[in-house]
Design a binder for this molecule. Structure first.
Ligand code: SF4
Length: 363
């Protein structure tokens, strides 16, 4: 964009941003809530470029990581009951209570990987004799794509199990109980929602900056947050004006509103958060897998919930998602748990904090 000077000489600007940040830095714990931000921060070693007084933490920003055990288990149960389950690649590898979708596939269940809901609809059209269940995960960033496909019309053998998450209610919950001084907000969510949903930070007295996904975007956000912290300010600022408008994307918001109702939703690490998810509207009840196949999965899901209660929890992914620990605090990190042998969801997704730390922190 010609309107964003940061793009004209990003290298030089990054050097200046690091100088600015490093000049009498104010000690601060800054949390981002986005897996893509974590990937940029880890990949470019941004933590090592910042003065030691500034700590950057990762919050619950990776859709694979926040999908709860129950939703993964439900998809596995449905696949083992003879339905075709389709979802994104990372979801196949996330361990459920006893196994993953990948394991279920190895045992003969029909589990397929797709890159989008459109791929899933194509499978349904090509296999009219099968019942296709799409496990839909994601935040505001990708939900409009799902909404658009539904509005285009779904085959009668296509069902959706929604595990879609809305960011603002999770933020509201997070800031009740967290030792953080400022936040970096996810630019791609704000592209859809605008900046208003991040007003909770401001109201609770936290500075917040909406940031893009390049290394210079992150550094700019940190510099702007430092300025606010030094001035004692607490407001929303937009460091990603080349993509984010204050009002968001009205067309995408309307599509989501046409297709989904807001509902309570379970988040790994945060529990059930009121009004933090989407379910299909009543008019799409013929495609609602959670309701139509409830009798198929409810008993086995209850059994798995009991198994989980008795299981010793070794994975501290839930603690990491709330910024209370970093991956190296987990005794399994880089030992039993690696990207090729993931024990928890934070190691599966390349947006998960454990995965990013494994891949890029080579100390
Ligand atoms: Fe869980 Fe593995 Fe991360 Fe440990 S390293 S918290 S086991 S995902």
């Amino acid at each position: 964009s010609k309107t964003d000077p940061i793009l004209e000489n990003p290298v030089e600007i990054q050097k200046k941003l690091i100088e600015t940040i490093s000049k009498e830095p104010k000690a601060a714990r800054i949390m981002h809530i986005c897996g893509t931000h974590e990937r940029t921060i880890s990949k470019f070693g941004i933590r090592s470029l910042l003065p030691p007084e500034i700590e950057v933490l990762s919050g619950p920003g990776c859709p694979v990581c926040v999908t709860p055990d129950n939703d993964i288990d439900t998809a596995i149960i449905l696949a083992k009951k003879g339905l075709t389950v389709v979802t994104f690649g990372d979801m196949l590898r996330v361990p459920g209570t006893e196994e993953s979708l990948f394991d279920a596939r190895a045992e003969g269940a029909d589990v397929r990987m797709v890159y989008s809901i459109d791929d899933a609809v194509k499978i349904a059209n090509e296999n009219p004799e099968k019942k296709i269940v799409f496990l839909a995960i994601g935040f505001e960033t990708t939900i409009p794509t799902t909404a658009a496909a539904i509005l285009r019309g779904l085959p009668s053998n296509f069902y959706i199990f929604t595990s879609l998450k809305l960011t603002p209610p999770a933020i509201d919950l997070l800031i009740q109980d967290i030792n953080v001084d400022a936040f970096i907000a996810p630019g791609h969510v704000a592209v859809i929602t605008g900046t208003a949903p991040f007003s909770s930070f401001e109201k609770m007295g936290y500075p917040v900056v909406v940031a893009g996904f390049e290394s210079y975007d992150i550094l700019l956000a940190v510099a702007m947050l430092q300025k606010q912290l030094k001035e004692g300010a607490a407001k929303i600022e937009n460091a990603y004006p080349r993509a984010v408008k204050a009002e968001g994307n009205k067309i995408a918001l309307k599509m989501m509103d046409d297709v989904f109702d807001v509902s309570d939703s379970d988040w790994r690490g945060l529990g059930t958060i009121p009004n933090s998810g989407f379910v299909l509207k009543e008019k799409y009840k013929d495609h609602n897998a959670a309701i139509l196949f409830y009798d198929l999965y409810k008993d086995e899901l209850t059994r798995l919930e009991e198994v989980r209660k008795k299981k010793k929890k070794n994975c501290i992914c839930a603690t990491i998602l709330t910024g209370k620990a970093t991956p190296e605090k987990c005794p399994m990190f880089k030992k039993a748990c690696t990207p090729s042998t993931p024990v928890g969801p934070c190691m599966v997704s390349d947006e998960g904090m454990c995965h990013s730390w494994y891949k890029y922190n080579r100390d």
